[in-house]
Design a protein around this ligand. Structure first.
Ligand SMILES: NC(=O)c1ccc[n+]([C@@H]2O[C@H](COP(=O)([O-])OP(=O)(O)OC[C@H]3O[C@@H](n4cnc5c(N)ncnc54)[C@H](O)[C@@H]3O)[C@@H](O)[C@H]2O)c1
Ligand SMILES: O=C(O)C(=O)C[C@@H](O)[C@H](O)[C@H](O)COP(=O)(O)O
Ligand SMILES: [Zn+2]
Length: 364
């Protein structure tokens, strides 16, 4: 078993275990956090049907009552937040107890936020079950829900106490969901590690079938995220790099009603392609960079043009309007994560709106 990745946050530091066969050993890793042999599991029905029994077996003597929500992005809303919090109170979840988030990013974000506000903050453990959640959402402490105004607009920074990313659990993922999660993996290469991107060009197509390669990809992504979060926990600066592709992605998710027309990770992949298009359009990066990225996304069978999204989309001006709710906006001005090349992203507010509109129109 390889050493965990440490997220160095002083008193709130924690380990991210990445590897095979972690679920069966969950009890040994979680027990040191507990004041009594009981955890409270927030999960959703698809994941529960596949992995809740294995988690419970791994927890051994630790009792694990569970609330099963509906799968899907629609669950990350006010109604389910209320449901989760009221259930935890029904269960008499105490301040010293631990909530376990068993699921993808939807459950991780919702459960983390419920834990953040329950009794003004209880600890939680992330047991991410999707590729996306293992490489990204389970680490870093961004928790929250969507509102009718946009994506993740209500939430809190609340770090988990432990993350258990068992790559064996990914065996049961549907191909589309796995591919969507790959959008966040490729983001790491694009934002700061050209070598990792080249490694993904060579090995990306084999990740779904090969657990050792998967573990390497998850670990490298988590190492990068842990380093960024450690130096900028609350996104005052560098952490915004993790938002590469997300200004476009979140507008497109809003435009498609958080439906399965566009999964978050699919939007991230497309958003990264658009961010590289915009960078090239502004003369900031060579045209070869977006071309190389699109070739890789095509090889991976991923969304890379607006026309890949089924159904009608609003026009570019309306999408730009939706971007106005982005959390990177300062004094009403959009900020974008752009790139000088693959592996070299940076944040800028110096982006003419016409260039964004032209970029969107050219990608239809
Ligand atoms: N907090 C953060 O830093 C952060 C980072 C990235 C994304 N996110 C959020 O994460 C969410 C997307 O996460 P996601 O892609 O995991 O979505 P998700 O939680 O909806 O999971 C995707 C699909 O995979 C299924 N699934 C999960 N694990 C499975 C398994 N082991 N086997 C079979 N099916 C499985 C789920 O039922 C669902 O249908 C979005 O809401 C996004 O905003 C948050
Ligand atoms: O951890 C971060 O920071 C990220 O930006 C990771 C993103 O992949 C993730 O989708 C995040 O939830 C987006 O954050 P938001 O602040 O733009 O809602
Ligand atoms: Zn994301």
């Amino acid at each position: 078993m390889s050493a965990p990745v440490r997220v160095e946050l002083g008193a709130r530091a924690y380990d991210v275990h990445v590897g095979r066969g972690l679920l069966p050993r969950a009890g040994a890793m979680i027990a040191p956090l507990l004041s009594r042999p009981r955890v409270f599991v927030l999960t959703e029905s698809r994941v529960a049907g596949l992995h809740l029994d294995d988690l419970r077996a791994g927890l051994g003597e630790i009792a694990a009552p569970a609330l099963e929500l509906e799968p899907g992005e629609g669950t990350k809303d006010w109604a389910n937040l209320q449901r989760a919090v009221e259930w935890l109170l029904d269960q008499r979840c105490e301040r010293g107890d631990v909530v376990v988030a068993l699921g993808g990013g939807v459950i991780g974000d919702l459960a983390g936020f419920a834990a953040a506000i329950l009794r003004r903050g209880v600890r939680f453990v992330q047991v991410p079950t999707s590729l996306l959640a293992q490489v990204d959402s389970s680490v870093g402490g961004k928790t929250g829900i969507n509102t009718r105004h946009g994506k993740n607009l209500v939430g809190a920074f609340h770090q988990p106490s432990l993350v258990l990313a068992d790559v064996d659990v990914l065996e049961t993922m549907a191909p589309r969901d796995f591919r969507a999660g790959y959008g966040e993996v490729v983001k790491y290469g694009l934002l700061g590690d050209a070598e990792f991107f080249a490694w993904l060009e060579a090995h990306g197509p084999d990740l779904a079938a090969d657990p050792e390669l998967r573990a390497r990809a998850v670990r490298r992504s988590v190492e990068m995220k842990a380093a960024i979060v450690a130096r900028d926990e609350t996104e005052q600066g560098d952490r915004a790099l993790l938002n590469l592709g997300h200004t476009f992605c979140h507008a497109l998710e809003a435009a498609t009603g958080y439906s399965d027309r566009l999964l978050h990770g699919e939007g991230v992949a497309l958003g990264c392609a658009l961010a590289f298009d915009l960078s090239a359009r502004l003369g900031l990066c060579p045209q070869e960079a977006p071309s190389r990225l699109r070739a890789h996304l095509q090889a991976m069978g991923m969304t890379r043009r607006l026309s890949d999204i089924p159904g009608d989309l609003p026009d570019a001006a309306a999408l730009l309007e939706l971007m106005g709710q982005d959390k990177k906006v300062v004094a009403g001005k959009l900020r974008f994560v752009l790139a000088r090349d693959i592996g070299a992203a940076f944040v800028t507010s110096d982006v003419p709106p016409e260039a964004v509109i032209e970029t969107l129109d050219a990608a239809r």
